[in-house]
Design a protein around this ligand. Structure first.
Ligand code: PA5
Length: 432
């Protein structure tokens, strides 16, 4: 199971203070699990992993099989926010970093509809025109502008390139079961559709078809991911003070109430960059409301120690850092000896690169604690589908508990509407 090491907070908080927050977190856990808190009509994610059966997995894999049979080599996954970040985080974490440059064959997933940049859109169209393409369009509301614009363009291309009937076979829509423009369009055009249940909000939807279909298309084992989440669902349901989700939720609230307004999610593995983006959405949209909330930020170390490191070490003391540690690297690379040692690196000869990374992590932890930054460490054994499934569920559960301790509804996002209203007015959308 996901492990939580809070010893890096020992010099910042007292044991009794922490125990008081553990009690608060345990009370919040009961509210969450007994579905008696604000936003309790959006708790479908809580028992989702144990509800996913073979049929649901087979339905996702059916899309992969159908498209592989057509030799499709590019799938454009269109979505934004919760309809984008979970799949992006998982695919980035699990893929070979240089898969594109290596020119490996097979189906590749790219993302669109998560921005309105004309350059990005034009370059996406350059790509789909030279590939055997298909498209997954994801929008729970079915009305979000960014994915709708991208989908109209990709749909037009598919219809022009392959004809309307064949384009229909190359489009999958993931949306609400009844509402929204995407649902009516899909009904009319006869697309294969997957339903996002009413009781699961976007940022909690990575283990629904929203995440599972793109992740399966990228070639990863979604059954293992669901198994990891299912094990987490079971383990994190324990109403005990040693429940890692309870302890972590307690500590982040204690630190916040003590003036630590920013949580810096850090990892020493660049494959987790987009997990950081997913976390920023999960916690930012869930907790940042009513004038409250920890501001989530993310960094990749050691890279960002050479950019953000100065501030973290020495700037205003309003931060705590949560490091996501993968205990075992997936590959081994040993630093070679050099007879001349002109670079003075022979003291590392024979050592694994990951050993250096570990020592960098330890050195950073000690330095940051000395510099006044509390350190929380979230650990998993390996970076694979199973452990990512655990991490996704773990953070969702922490988020629900933590937001209830903070005293906000974790499952709404009223603040997201403000920019849309202005944009629609400026774009002269009918009705605005
Ligand atoms: O978490 C959320 O609810 C949001 O981030 C949504 O996922 C995002 O706004 C996209 O919405 P939709 O899936 O309706 O297009």
């Amino acid at each position: 199971m996901v492990k939580v090491d809070l010893t890096g907070c020992d010099s910042f908080v007292g044991k009794e203070q922490f125990q008081a927050y553990v009690e608060k977190a345990l009370a919040a856990q009961v509210v969450l699990e007994e579905e008696s808190g604000a936003g309790n009509d959006f708790l479908g994610w809580q028992h989702l992993p144990s509800a996913i059966g073979k049929d649901e997995i087979a339905d996702c894999l059916g899309v992969v099989d159908r498209w592989l049979a057509k030799d499709i080599d590019l799938v454009v996954v269109i979505g934004i926010g919760g309809s984008y970040l979970g799949a992006k985080a998982a695919i980035e974490a699990l893929s070979h970093t240089f898969a594109n440059q290596l020119g490996t064959h097979g189906l590749k997933v790219v993302f669109a509809g998560e921005n309105l940049s004309e350059d990005y859109t034009a370059e996406l169209l350059d790509l789909v025109k030279v590939r055997n393409a298909a498209c997954v369009v994801i929008s729970k509301s079915g009305t979000t502008t960014e994915p709708a614009v991208a989908f109209r363009l990709v749909k037009n291309h598919l219809e022009e390139a392959y004809g309307k009937a064949e384009a229909r076979e190359r489009i999958v829509a993931i949306t609400d079961k009844a509402r929204g423009a995407l649902k009516s369009l899909s009904n009319q055009e006869g697309y294969k559709t997957f339903v996002i249940e009413d009781n699961i909000g976007g940022r909690f939807s990575v283990l629904t078809p929203v995440g599972l279909v793109p992740i399966a298309l990228a070639g990863f084992d979604v059954a293992a991911m669901v198994k990891g989440a299912k094990d987490a669902e079971k383990a994190l349901g324990a109403r005990k003070a040693d429940n890692p989700a309870v302890r972590y939720a307690a500590m982040r609230n204690l630190l916040y109430d003590g003036g630590r307004k920013i949580e810096l999610f850090a990892s020493f593995n660049p494959k987790l960059q987009y997990l950081g983006e997913w976390l920023k959405q999960l916690f930012g949209e869930s907790e940042g409301k009513d004038g409250k909330g920890i501001f989530p930020a993310s960094v990749i170390f050691t890279t960002d120690l050479h950019s953000m490191g100065q501030y973290i070490q020495d700037g205003e003391r309003m931060l705590f850092e949560t490091v996501i540690t993968v205990e075992n690297a997936g590959r081994e690379v040993t630093i070679p000896s050099d007879p001349q040692d002109l670079d003075g690196l022979n003291y590392l000869a024979g050592k694994h690169v990951e050993h250096c990374n570990r020592m960098a992590q330890l050195g950073t932890k000690m330095a940051h604690i000395d510099g006044g930054v509390p350190n929380l460490d979230i650990r998993v054994d390996k970076l694979d589908e199973y452990h990512l499934g655990q991490l996704f569920y773990f953070f969702e559960k922490v988020c629900g508990i933590s937001a209830y301790v903070l005293g906000v509804n974790p499952f709404n996002q009223p603040g997201v509407e403000a920019y849309k209203k202005n944009m629609f007015k400026l774009l002269e959308k009918p009705g605005y």
